[in-house]
Design a protein around this ligand. Structure first.
Ligand SMILES: [Fe+2]
Length: 336
């Protein structure tokens, strides 16, 4: 898929190895510039636009991606929201206090998701894509608040889990076991009857595919699901928590060649089992399949809490900055 990409983002940022990093000036504020990003798929060396006069940038900042897409009958608007990291808890989960006490030290503002949803509502968005780590641990208080915020705005949304959504630190079992356990016990209503690990929705001609890679692995079943969805031929957008690895991106991406128990940086801090010795081979095959999908609109993820823009072949990758810091990404697709 070819087309011009225009990138507008009210962050000052550095760009290195395809990673565009917003720079904080202090705890709450950024100094704003406008970054314009123009490229064609297949030849996408990022070119920085001219920085406009600096202006204060608050937690209400916005990221907008405008992209023409062949094969859609009209404009499509969607919002990508990730890494809200609500840190709420109450007496109902006192028995898990030891499991959430570390992450609860950094709760996000309680209204930070609502601000993004209000922006989406005002834009009359077609869909909000929640790409994981919306909560920092699966307490009932967190899930009640999340659901109440989503219900309050009454806009269409789809959800896929991040690694924190299902993680109580110090809990037993592997990441894959913990994911199954807490999806079943707590997260299940967020999928509205869909398969939590893979599902899709056709939205105004764009096939939106949700794949759970929150434990870094992609299973053979998920790989087969992707291939079947891509073969339907519609413009297809992929939403996951963890970005697919591209050259220069760090170990906390999906499909990194050195990912494994020996390179796990956080297992002791997060009180969990080390990563597996290596990724399931289907993870690498999935990455190749996604990058080789000719009708791919883009891959939208979170996890690293910073804006990352990358390209591999014709695939464009966008990892959104954290909603906990007031961010989300508005994507405006127009017919090519
Ligand atoms: Fe994450």
């Amino acid at each position: 898929m070819t087309g011009t990409v225009e990138w507008i983002c009210n962050f000052p940022m550095t760009q290195k190895n395809g990673i565009i990093t917003p720079m904080r000036t202090n705890r709450r504020n950024f100094i704003g510039t406008t970054f314009a990003f123009a490229a064609t798929a297949g030849c996408m060396a990022p070119r920085c636009g001219t920085a406009k006069a600096a202006k204060p940038f608050s937690l209400d900042g916005r990221c907008t991606l405008r992209m023409p897409v062949p094969g859609i009958p009209g404009p499509v608007n969607f919002f990508v929201v990730g890494d809200t990291h609500f840190g709420l808890h109450d007496a109902r989960d006192d028995k898990h206090a030891d499991n959430y006490k570390r992450m609860a030290q950094w709760p996000s503002p309680k209204d930070v998701l609502a601000k993004a949803l209000k922006r989406a509502k005002d834009a009359k968005t077609d869909m909000v894509l929640l790409v994981g780590d919306i909560i920092s641990f699966p307490t009932l208080a967190n899930l009640d608040h999340l659901r109440a915020e989503l219900d309050r705005f009454n806009i269409p949304w789809l959800y896929v889990a991040g690694n924190h959504d299902w993680h109580f630190e110090g809990d037993s079992g592997s990441d894959l076991e913990q994911r199954s356990r807490w999806i079943e016990r707590r997260l299940k209503p967020l999928y509205k009857g869909e398969n939590p690990l893979m599902y899709s929705r056709l939205v105004k001609g764009v096939r939106m595919v949700m794949i759970d890679n929150s434990a870094y692995h992609v299973t053979p079943e998920q790989l087969a699901f992707w291939k079947a969805e891509a073969a339907k031929g519609d413009p297809i957008a992929l939403f996951m928590h963890i970005p697919l690895w591209v050259e220069g991106w760090n170990i906390t991406t999906c499909g990194h060649p050195r990912w494994g128990a020996a390179t796990d940086p956080y297992w002791e801090i997060e009180r969990r089992e080390r990563w597996a010795e290596r990724l399931m081979p289907s993870t690498y095959a999935f990455r190749e399949a996604v990058f080789g999908t000719p009708n791919l609109v883009g891959v939208f993820t979170g996890h690293n809490h910073k804006l990352m823009v990358g390209q591999e072949g014709n695939a464009l990758l966008f990892s959104v900055p954290a909603n906990r810091d007031g961010s989300c990404m508005e994507v405006q697709l127009s017919p090519a």
